[in-house]
Design a protein around this ligand. Structure first.
Ligand SMILES: *Cc1c(COP(=O)(O)O)cnc(C)c1O
Length: 958
């Protein structure tokens, strides 16, 4: 039974209206192929398969309240209508979000190009060299501008980057755990809010000081310093930096990347750490996100960096190659000892920002920075000439005007003219300039202040004299060689051609849900009504977006069975933290502050343990049985033992082993009996949607990964959205935000992300998905995802034993293939199998998670039968190769597995004992061959010789 049997037009699913049904585009296997797959598994229908797979006790199918499925065209009309209800106007609000021009060549060929946005995190570096180079450019750019040697390859936003810096201070300073950390009150309000949320959970004592006036006192562990301040004031941070370091503390500076083009780098002023946002480097404001935050550190702190770090190593041929460095620090491995819980970051946006620097180079950035500053200077001169006082004489792009009693009127007048200004308070108005500010905008702002046609002379720059930047930036050739659009386009194409993304073939990564990211879902995110909206415009100017978000939140509540959902967390990891903080706040509200134990099954995703620690909880591990299920006896024992201090359990459902565990309801009951709350990690919702609801089978809170189940593309490692859903008793403890457009949501447990709705800009994607699938379509997608996983498991079980299955022998939406027994007999490792799949034209499945030495395969509903079969056949062929090694037919040292992946360069001087055809064309197809640009990469070499900025071009000389 193969899919190559010609099958004519499929008439088995007539659509009532005759219109094209999106669900038939989203789901890969057509009805007749589903029939074949079901037959192989001995099931008559999808329903009978699901009835057998999903435990009876948790099934609940009805999805009332979801819209009926709409066509792509109708969904796009609805989205168009919502986008047009937003009023982006001319945004001069500032506060960390600025209009910027995304060069069209970058917008179309990165942000809107599936070869960039459908890629996964570069864990298989040999097939990710393009985005790794782009990320290395990002790191080099951030390192240059901040004046510090090592930058990571993105964080979630400025607020969370500052919060990560807070915990970095704790980790990297010894014997200072009791000392306070200074928080500069001149930071952006949302940055303050996110840092405070973190500090509160961890019991870190914050000392709030206005570092524009107050000195940093002795006896602190460090400081987080604004440069420039939220009100635009640009002052010399040197004193604060030195004082913070006096007793061995750390100085963190929160900086604006564009300002750093003109003013002295924090590194040159002595800072240990610099964090901020790269939004204004060509990334649309997106109503708050997604944007790439960054963190750069001085020498000696590299190993404390949170998030991912791209480094240079060498491949098997000794040539330079990129890969993620210091992976051993990551949450997957270090769990509760991890540097942070960051998993999904902001790769696509970091790539965009780096390409903005590649496109403009140093001169272009200087021109843009000078222009931005000059507009602010003009504005200041005009205001002063009109007798308006400013709160600071030195600034980069933001001025705050003192207008006693008149502020609201001025902001209103500007808005009537299509300009958004910042209402600071009754007496102050803030105005920020940007790359796109023109002289005409400045004149219109002055008019709003009642200064029509004000005459003023040439104005002097307002940067502090002692802080002008004198060193060169962006000197690496990559920032000078791509100035023409032809060169730029070819550079983008060259890099994306090196990578394997969903536009080439299946990416069967277990736990990651690499499904279709439909073009109709993606299109709206670049529409101006969504892309160009500043997050702090008045609510009435964002009514379309707010309606979209509230509708989406209510749909997500419906499908999960929870009372309320917040989309603020901008990754699954942040949803976990938000959910655990809700649990913590709930216990505190019941005078149960001592409840701080978080039970975590041994098979859990590493983020779970890392998040629990960040929420101030203590991790206690629950054992697994031989069958891979949570050991309910051990659970009962641990619950008894911690009856007084049990806060929660974090459990993934279906389990990370890819199994619908029958004990889930009992598990929830036991934890509840002991006063604990149940956190259901919703990363595997693709196996539940439309069939079971965590909020109904015992969960109190869950996060979802909209970049898994709801079609937001992975972007090469971000962006993502990790909404948190809660039962009614936890609803008062959902994230709040000091500048939330909905007033009732301004006060609460605090902000988790910098923006009120997190990565709002990509929410049109899940919105469109739900709208086009409808309730039935969503449930059908789940069934087919389960069907496909069981089909693959069944086809491969003889070659690679499926490690775990449910009571009925079925897996859920993914399956773990055991390579360990073969490794023992042949010496071939799981790594060899993963790399060999590249020669066959595949991205490897998830490797060694959750079980070392195994591969976890998640085909998703979107891969059609032909692709599933192509994958199965590649795996079977690999099994035959392993057998040949074990039998001595292939050399143990020189075989196609240990040498994989094979590069084109090897053909010039073929040295292997097997044929070229066996090495590079194992699937028989020469025409559509994907050539990995580098051979197997030496991970250890790169960690021993840590290099995290662009290497000189000579390194690549042939
Ligand atoms: C993906 C995943 C997470 C983390 O989500 P991010 O969005 O990457 O932060 C947590 N738990 C499980 C089981 C996952 O698969």
């Amino acid at each position: 039974m193969t899919s190559s049997t010609p099958s004519g037009p499929d008439l088995s699913t007539p659509s009532s209206s005759g219109a094209d049904r999106f669900v038939d585009r989203h789901i890969g296997p057509r009805a007749s192929h589903q029939g074949e797959m079901l037959q192989r598994l001995g099931h008559e229908s999808l329903d009978s398969l699901m009835a057998a797979a999903v435990p009876e006790g948790i099934r609940s199918a009805e999805l009332l309240g979801l819209p009926a499925a709409q066509s792509e065209q109708d969904a796009l009309s609805r989205l168009r209508e919502l986008s047009e209800r937003n009023n982006p106007g001319i945004a001069m609000i500032g506060l960390g979000y600025h209009p910027t021009i995304t060069p069209p060549v970058i917008r179309r060929n990165v942000l809107e190009d599936p070869s960039w946005y459908t890629a996964y995190t570069p864990y298989q570096p040999e097939i990710s060299q393009g985005r790794l180079e782009a990320l290395l450019n990002f790191q080099t750019m951030v390192s240059d501008l901040t004046g510090l040697p090592t930058s990571n390859s993105s964080l979630l936003d400025e607020g969370t980057a500052a919060a990560e810096a807070l915990t970095l201070i704790r980790r990297a300073t010894k014997g200072k755990d009791e000392l306070p950390i200074v928080l500069d009150t001149r930071l952006l309000p949302q940055t303050l809010a996110v840092v405070r949320t973190r500090a509160e959970a961890l019991g870190i004592d914050l000392l709030h000081l206005d570092l524009g006036q107050d000195p940093v006192p002795a006896g602190v562990a460090g400081s987080i310093i604004a440069y420039p301040a939220a009100d635009g004031a640009l002052t010399d941070p040197r004193e604060a930096i030195t004082a913070s370091q006096a007793d061995g503390g750390l100085a963190v500076v929160v900086a604006d990347l564009l300002a750093l083009v003109l003013v002295a780098s924090p590194g040159s002023l002595g800072a240990d750490v610099v964090v901020g946002s790269s939004q204004r480097f060509g990334v649309p404001m997106f109503y708050g996100g997604p944007h790439a935050g960054f963190m750069a550190v001085r020498a000696g702190l590299e190993r404390h960096l949170p998030g991912r770090l791209v480094g240079v190593s060498v491949d098997a041929a000794g040539r330079p190659a990129y890969r993620l460095a210091l992976q051993t620090r990551e949450q997957h491995i270090r769990r509760e000892k991890a540097t942070s819980n960051i998993c999904t970051a902001q790769v696509l946006l970091a790539v965009t920002a780096s390409m903005y620097a590649v496109y403009h180079g140093a001169e272009g950035l200087q021109r843009i920075a000078h222009h931005t500053h000059a507009q602010a200077v003009q504005l200041a001169a005009g205001l002063r000439a009109g007798g308006v006082e400013l709160t600071s004489d030195t600034f980069f792009d933001t001025v705050v005007a003192a207008v006693p009693g008149r502020a609201a009127g001025i902001v209103k007048a500007a808005r009537a003219d299509g300009i958004h200004l910042l209402l600071v308070d009754e007496d102050h108005v803030g105005v920020s300039t940007s790359e796109s500010t023109t002289g005409e905008h400045v004149a219109r702002v002055l008019a709003a202040f009642g200064l029509e046609g004000a005459a003023f002379g040439a104005a002097e720059p307002a940067l502090p004299a002692g802080l002008l930047r004198t060193d060169a930036i962006l000197t690496h050739p990559v920032f000078t060689e791509h100035r023409s659009e032809t060169q730029m386009l070819r550079y983008l194409k060259k890099l994306s051609d090196r990578d394997y993304a969903l536009d080439r073939g299946m990416i069967p990564l277990g736990s990651c849900t690499m499904k279709l990211n439909a073009t109709a879902e993606m299109e709206p995110i670049s529409w101006p009504g969504f892309a160009d909206l500043h997050p702090f415009v008045p609510a009435e100017d964002a009514s379309g977006f707010i309606e979209l978000i509230e509708e989406l939140e209510s749909w997500l509540a419906t499908v999960t069975g929870y009372a309320a959902v917040s989309v603020q967390p901008n990754a699954g990891s942040q949803g976990e933290l938000a959910g655990l903080l809700a649990i913590r706040a709930y216990h505190r509200s019941n005078d149960d502050a001592q409840r701080e134990v978080c039970l975590i099954p041994s098979s859990a995703h590493g983020t779970n343990a890392a998040s629990a620690v960040m929420a101030g909880m203590r991790v206690v591990v629950v054992k697994a049985t031989d069958r891979g299920e949570v050991d309910l006896d051990d659970l009962r024992a641990k619950c008894e033992q911690h009856s007084d201090d049990l806060a929660a359990i974090m459990v993934t459902y279906p389990s990370t082993h890819g199994v619908y565990e029958h004990g889930i309801t009992e598990l929830c009951d036991v934890v509840h009996q002991h006063g604990g709350q149940v956190y259901v990690d919703g990363a595997n919702l693709n196996a539940l949607l439309g069939h079971a609801k965590p909020g109904q089978f015992g969960g109190d809170v869950s996060h979802l990964n909209l970049h898994k189940t709801f079609c937001i593309p992975h972007g090469g490692g971000g962006p993502g959205v990790g909404p948190v859903g809660v039962a009614a008793h936890l609803a008062p403890f959902l994230p709040s935000h000091p500048l939330h457009p909905v007033e009732a949501k301004r006060e609460g447990i605090g902000a988790i992300s910098a923006a009120p709705y997190g990565s709002a800009g990509i929410l049109p994607i899940p919105y469109a998905y739900v709208l086009m699938m409808g309730a039935e379509g969503l449930a059908e997608a789940t069934s087919v995802a389960v069907l496909s996983a069981n089909y693959v498991a069944d086809r491969l079980n003889d070659a690679f034993p499926v490690l775990y299955a449910g009571e009925n022998g079925l897996v859920a939406h993914e399956c773990i293939l055991d390579v360990r027994p073969l490794a023992k007999s042949s010496g071939i490792s799981v790594d060899d199998v993963a790399k060999r799949l590249v020669d066959y034209g595949f991205h490897a499945p998830t490797m060694s998670f959750p079980v070392a030495g195994t591969l976890m395969v998640e085909p998703t509903e979107s891969e059609d039968l032909a692709e599933l079969d192509r994958f199965c056949e590649a795996m079977l062929a690999i099994r035959a190769e392993i057998d040949a090694v074990a039998a001595g037919e292939l050399s143990a040292e020189d075989n196609p597995l240990v040498n994989a992946p094979h590069t084109a360069r090897e053909l010039l001087d073929w040295k292997h004992s097997y044929s070229i055809a066996a090495g590079v064309f194992p699937s028989g197809s020469t025409q559509d061959k994907y050539w990995p640009p580098v051979a197997r990469i030496d991970q250890a070499y790169g960690d021993r010789n840590l290099t995290c900025a662009c290497p000189p071009l000579e390194a690549f000389a042939e």
